[in-house]
Unconditional design. Structure first.
Length: 449
């Protein structure tokens, strides 16, 4: 093949995209539709619970458009990180939506499913054998942390998708996957340069965020040829420029010329970005192979959360906000000293170092209003609610230097003021796992729909 064209409708299934612009993309006769459907960006809750990050209505809307287009044009549809964390539960949930659409629209196709959940005993053995590396932190993984996790997934690369494509499925729904893998698999399988295919996938993964103006909710087309690839937004009012594409090459990367991926590193030190009409041509990217590793993600339950949200307008209280926060925190801890190990208190102040915290570089800014969010995380929801109730009431009536009003100092946003927010999770596994085979951890199954 002289070229392969990959159409990506948006940055993530369930976030919506323009059907009109998607149809424009389908007019280019793509060889495949490939799209990501998950992320760790929304935090550890969704992995911990094994829940979708988007609601069913939006996911079904997006998938229905893609499945109908796939059927009409007889091309494969590749979906990775099924609707959030890519756990077995979200994978099965996504497949049930696909089957529901197929029944309603009388669609028939061959479905490939790729799972990516990691067995705890397998991972604990890998820890003991020294096959697990730290990643983005210096905290080594322990068998105790493996046991704490409620769900553990591995981020598959292109190889499981390529293995599935050998059996010519019409639709592939996969668990947790490296974001560009779905876009890169078909080109690599057909002999195109691996580095360029992976780089093209990285540009396509977020839809038209690599265009000007940027939008993760609009389709983008990638065309790979011998020695280069082209990227083009489907919105005729947008264009991919060398700057916008180079910018997106840095997306979620801490190194401007090296990007880690399963099996090695993309080297962009010699990459060239050239304008050609509304498209940008990319060449020169290299792939440096290394020990094959996959990123392993796990989340563990911390407890339950209750919060209150309030506004502060009193200038005296604003001037003493740090005194108040320290005081109500210590007072609450002392009052509940008998369960001190079972909870933690977090008070967030927005309008005064609320984003950067201690590293805020703008000093002595004029402040006339603050937003205060009180948060208690405890072993049980009842305990969190009880302590947060005490904390919010104390915050409203706490005495501070210069205080003139003994009540009404906080403008509570809601009634009831304390909101039970449910279970709380943390990422306790975020490590690299050395594997002997890129496909061994990711079993593939097929069925006729």
């Amino acid at each position: 093949m002289d070229e392969i064209r990959i159409l990506t409708p948006n940055g993530s299934i369930g976030s919506g995209f323009s059907e009109e612009l998607f149809e424009e993309g389908m007019k280019r006769n793509p060889h495949a539709i490939a799209v990501d459907a998950g992320s760790t960006d929304p935090g550890p809750y969704f992995l911990g619970k094994g829940r979708s990050i988007s609601n069913k209505m939006m996911i079904k809307r997006d998938l229905e458009i893609l499945l109908l287009a796939r059927d009409k044009n007889n091309i494969p549809l590749l979906v990775g990180s099924a609707c959030g964390p890519g756990t077995k539960s979200t994978l099965e949930w996504t497949i049930n939506i696909v089957k529901e659409i197929a029944k309603e629209e009388n669609l028939h196709f061959k479905l490939a499913t790729i799972t990516g959940d990691i067995d705890k005993e397998f991972l604990k053995n890998a820890v003991k054998q020294g096959k697990v590396r730290t990643f983005e932190s210096d905290k080594a993984l322990t068998v105790e942390e493996v046991d704490r996790a409620t769900n553990i997934v591995a981020q598959m690369g292109v190889e499981p998708f390529m293995e599935a494509l050998k059996s010519k499925p019409d639709v592939i729904i996969a668990g947790r996957a490296y974001d560009p893998a779905m876009m890169a698999a078909l080109p690599i399988m057909n002999g195109f340069d691996e580095a360029l295919a992976e780089h093209m996938g990285k540009i396509l993964e977020c839809g038209s965020m690599a265009a000007e103006p940027s939008s993760g909710f609009e389709p983008i087309l990638g065309t790979i040829r011998k020695g280069y690839f082209l990227v083009e937004p489907m919105n005729p009012k947008s264009k991919c420029t060398p700057k916008s594409v180079a910018d997106h090459s840095l997306y979620e990367e801490c190194n401007p010329i090296k990007a880690g991926l399963p099996g090695g590193t993309l080297d962009l030190s010699q990459t060239v970005f050239e304008q050609t009409g509304r498209m940008t041509k990319v060449s020169g990217t290299k792939f440096v192979k290394d020990t094959y590793t996959v990123k392993v993600e796990g989340a563990a339950k911390v407890g339950y959360r209750t919060v209150f949200i309030a506004g502060v307008r009193d200038p005296i209280m604003i001037s003493q906000i740090d005194y108040l926060i320290d005081g109500v925190t210590e007072n609450t801890k002392a009052f509940f000293h008998d369960v001190a190990e079972d909870f933690q208190i977090l008070l967030h102040v927005y309008g005064k170092n609320g984003v950067l915290g201690k590293v805020e570089y703008i000093k002595d800014a004029k402040i006339f209003e603050l937003g205060l969010i009180g948060e208690v995380v405890a072993k049980t929801q009842e305990l969190a609610s009880t302590i947060c109730g005490y904390l919010s009431h104390l915050s409203m009536h706490f005495d501070y230097p210069g205080c003139k009003a003994t009540a009404g100092n906080l403008a509570m946003l809601y009634s009831p003021e304390n909101i039970d927010a449910g279970e709380v999770f943390e990422f306790n596994i975020y490590h690299l796992l050395e594997v002997d085979s890129p496909t061994a951890l990711f079993p593939i199954s097929f069925e006729e729909i």
